[in-house]
Design a protein around this ligand. Structure first.
Ligand SMILES: [Zn+2]
Length: 306
């Protein structure tokens, strides 16, 4: 009888721990996933940008501040559920507005970016002086989330590589040139084997390849990040996963180069190739309107002059 009581008491305890665990996971919501001890990803809606939350003994590090300030506030709310410590460092994987507008939601944090991040942000800000006003007009929720907005550029910009040892966590920042923006970096946690891979590769979506982006640079970045042997890959946009994200991207670019190369051999012009090249295998990927930028990059990678 006594044994039975002990047993049922233990069962009740196990059940209550399980329930507490479930309730805790539920509180974080379906978009927040624990990847390793103290490392979380906050997945954007649809193709919205992803963010990371890294807990350390000295405070919190946030990787990218969200698609927009509504998201930034959701990231901050998630941080508050995980710890009472302040956000001390923000790392930008890229300077574009859909990763950096929400810097002001993390006041006092030191913002770290690869060299060129600040210039890129300032140029974009000058080019669209009404951006915040327009954004506030999109919904009352957005207007409320923009309350207290301040334009905040990186505090520290580094060249090539940087190691951050902070509160017991080690984070390596590795610059990636020519993959997406003027200032991209991989954020690598060697102990936890998590890499935030920026927008070098996106998932189930055609990436926009700006004139300074090259396919060989993207492939080199994939190779570099694969060599880190990460267990988890959190891309700038799209569902986080594994190195399969790099595999999928490489396959896509290989096929694109093949098809563009074949048409080029037939003597077609770039304009004709843009009209004629078909990638039906990737018809389900989002942002098909970006395909011409991809064809142009493939044409250039094959030695074509523009
Ligand atoms: Zn971007």
């Amino acid at each position: 009888m006594r044994f039975m009581t002990m047993k049922s008491a233990m069962l009740a305890l196990v059940a209550s721990i399980a329930l507490t665990g479930a309730a805790f996971a539920q509180d974080l919501g379906p978009r927040v996933k624990k990847l390793a001890d103290g490392v979380y990803d906050h997945t954007g809606n649809g193709f919205d940008s992803n963010s990371g939350i890294i807990l350390t003994d000295e405070g919190v590090i946030v990787v990218d501040t969200g698609q927009n300030p509504i998201e930034s506030r959701d990231i901050m709310a998630t941080v508050k559920k995980l710890t009472s410590m302040p956000v001390r460092i923000v790392i930008d994987t890229e300077p574009h507005a859909d990763h950096t507008t929400g810097h002001f939601v993390f006041p006092g944090a030191v913002i770290i970016a690869a060299a060129g991040g600040g210039d890129s942000m300032r140029a974009a800000d000058r080019a669209a002086p009404n951006r915040i006003q327009t954004m506030a007009g999109t919904s009352p929720e957005m207007k409320a989330a923009l309350e207290g907005y301040k334009f905040i550029t990186p505090t520290i910009e580094y060249h090539d590589r940087m190691t951050i040892n902070f509160g017991g966590k080690t984070i390596e920042l590795i610059t990636m040139k020519g993959v997406h923006s003027e200032s991209d970096n991989a954020v690598w946690l060697p102990r936890e084997r998590v890499v935030f891979s920026a927008s070098a590769f996106v998932v189930n979506q055609i990436n926009i390849l700006r004139p300074f982006v090259t396919i060989p640079d993207i492939l080199a970045a994939g190779k570099m990040m694969r060599a880190l042997k990460p267990q988890f890959v959190v891309p700038g946009h799209g569902t986080p996963g594994t190195v399969k994200i790099f595999d999928d991207g490489e396959k896509y670019y290989a096929l694109l180069m093949d098809r563009v190369g074949a048409l080029r051999k037939q003597g077609k012009s770039l304009d004709d190739i843009k009209k004629e090249v078909k990638m039906p295998e990737y018809a389900s990927w989002g942002s098909q309107d970006r395909m011409p930028t991809n064809v142009e990059a493939a044409y250039k990678a094959l030695g074509g002059k523009i």
